[in-house]
Design a protein around this ligand. Structure first.
Ligand SMILES: CCC[C@H](NCc1c(COP(=O)(O)O)cnc(C)c1O)C(=O)O
Length: 308
């Protein structure tokens, strides 16, 4: 089942082109060897003012640049140029809210593993994308399972790179979770510590304290994860970064996942252990998150890029 709603234009290599023409050669290097990096970002429309804001656009484009640096990909656009291109493609498609997918990939011209000489292609696509983990996931939560697949290690594909190749790991875990009737998988690292979801970071609440695994446990430095840590501080919710075991998930009072696509998705059960309905802390952070994303909290205006 395709989950993409086609729109009119995609931005590619500096220009807006019709969706149907945004193609690439079957011998593109990244199609064969996963030599691309990408981002996932959301644009929200304030339901009252009807103004649209891209959430933490600059932070995402700075992470895209970091991914390219680690992956030795020459990215021919500055952060500012990528931010301007994002606003341009949202406006061209007249989308009040949308999901945004920038991708930087090695294109057609080299077929050896050594990518030297392969061109760099850059595209930014946007499309309407509702709740990533299901229609009522944000409201009711989802069930997850701890995967038998371990997350890639810091010395294989570093988690700091949001690399297309990393998602073979995520796909294997996701399909296994679906096979077991779960909406999402939680992956452990090679030390058996809780890492993250296939496309999300993870938080637990116990006795009023919010905790999330440290980046050194091998997870993507999530921008939503960072947002939640900031908002917890606002709301005077004690928050710590600490390694977690799978048993910590089972005995937590609340568990939720965070990501640009998943937003703040509560977890109702882990491996069949009931966590329960979304709790007070989860709800408070969800509410604050959307208040910030809709532009209702002035102190976070710097996180928002208005789409005129
Ligand atoms: C299909 C999902 C792709 C992408 N996943 C984002 C993502 C996150 C959360 O990062 P952030 O909060 O910066 O978004 C954490 N961990 C992984 C493995 C991710 O893929 C997203 O758009 O959420």
């Amino acid at each position: 089942m395709a989950d993409i709603t086609e729109v009119d234009y995609i931005w590619k290599n500096g220009e807006l082109i019709p969706w149907a023409e945004a193609t690439t050669h079957v011998l593109s290097h990244s199609l064969h060897y996963g030599s691309g990096v990408f981002e996932g970002i959301r644009c929200y429309q304030n339901p009252t003012t009807k103004k649209s804001y891209v959430f933490r656009l600059r932070d995402h484009m700075e992470r895209l640049h970091r991914s390219c640096k680690i992956a030795c990909i020459d990215l021919p656009y500055t952060v500012d140029e990528l931010c301007d291109a994002t606003v341009e493609v949202i406006r061209a498609n007249k989308l009040p809210s949308c999901y945004i997918r920038p991708i930087v990939y090695r294109g057609y011209g080299v077929m050896g593993v050594d990518p030297t000489g392969a061109p760099t292609d850059v595209a930014i696509a946007v499309w309407p994308w509702d709740s990533y983990l299901g229609a009522d996931a944000l409201e009711r939560g989802v069930s997850v399972g701890v995967s038998s697949w371990r997350q890639r290690t810091n010395n294989s594909i570093p988690p700091a790179v949001k690399a297309t190749a990393s998602y073979m790991n995520s796909i294997l875990a996701k399909l296994e979770a679906k096979e077991h009737g779960y909406a999402e998988a939680i992956m452990l690292n090679e030390q058996g510590l809780v890492c993250e979801g296939t496309g999300e970071n993870l938080f637990v609440v116990r006795d009023g304290v919010l905790s999330t695994p440290p980046l050194s446990d091998g997870l993507l430095e999530g921008i939503t994860r960072d947002t939640v840590l900031c908002l917890a501080d606002d709301l005077e919710i004690p928050a710590i970064e600490e390694s977690l075991t799978r048993a910590d998930l089972y005995i937590a009072d609340e568990v939720f996942m965070t990501g640009s696509a998943a937003e703040l998705t509560p977890i109702g059960s882990v491996d069949g252990r009931e966590i329960g309905k979304p709790g007070e802390v989860t709800r408070a952070l969800q509410e604050r998150f959307f208040d910030v994303a809709y532009g209702n909290i002035e102190e976070y205006a710097e996180w928002l890029t208005e789409v005129p």
